[in-house]
Design a protein around this ligand. Sequence first.
Ligand SMILES: [Zn+2]
Length: 222
Amino acid sequence: MKQLADGVWQLAGFPPNGINVYVIDDVLIDAATRHASRRIARQLKGHKLSAHALTHAHPDHQGASRAVCERYGVPFWVGEHDADAAEDPSLIGQRQPDSPIARFFVKTMTGPGHRVDRKLHEGDEVAGFSVIDVPGHSAGHVAYWRASDGVLILGDVLNNMDVLTAIPGLTEPKPYLTPDPAENRRSAKKLGPLEPKLVLFGHGAPLRDTKKFVDFVDNLPD
Ligand SMILES: [Zn+2]
């Protein structure tokens, strides 16, 4: 694990920054695909976990969630409107746009469902971060924000890497993987005014360039 800020770590993966998993204090944020449980366990060795939370219940974020919760005996926390899909992943596929790539991701990455112990709402606190509702890429997508030092974990509201080619760069998530792109854009516009100092993505490298982030969001069409 690589430390990025006070009490914030990013797990290593391949390709680097391809599918990100973070730890904030003792909470694991996201769990990559169903093939990732060993990658996660290996890196968490010696690190205490008290909970596992998602940014959103998509196959590349919830894949190893049940394995993590069972291995560490920790509760599972998910945004209110993704909780049903985290428990019953057949809903994930049903809610994706009708596209072959979405179907491929669902088929190859989705992990088993797991009982959600806490439904997250805007303003809730998770390991010193506050929850922000940012729907669009999924109905119950949430971001985690720590105002004291400007750290934002925004999941897939924006990507800092093309998820198919792995070419770096800020971009909106693919429309064929996003049930409501217009709503996702409104959610992105909610995050720009925070002026985060460190932005952590579901896909792509950490970004420490506040102006680049704010300008990108400002320049998104309304
Ligand atoms: Zn993703």
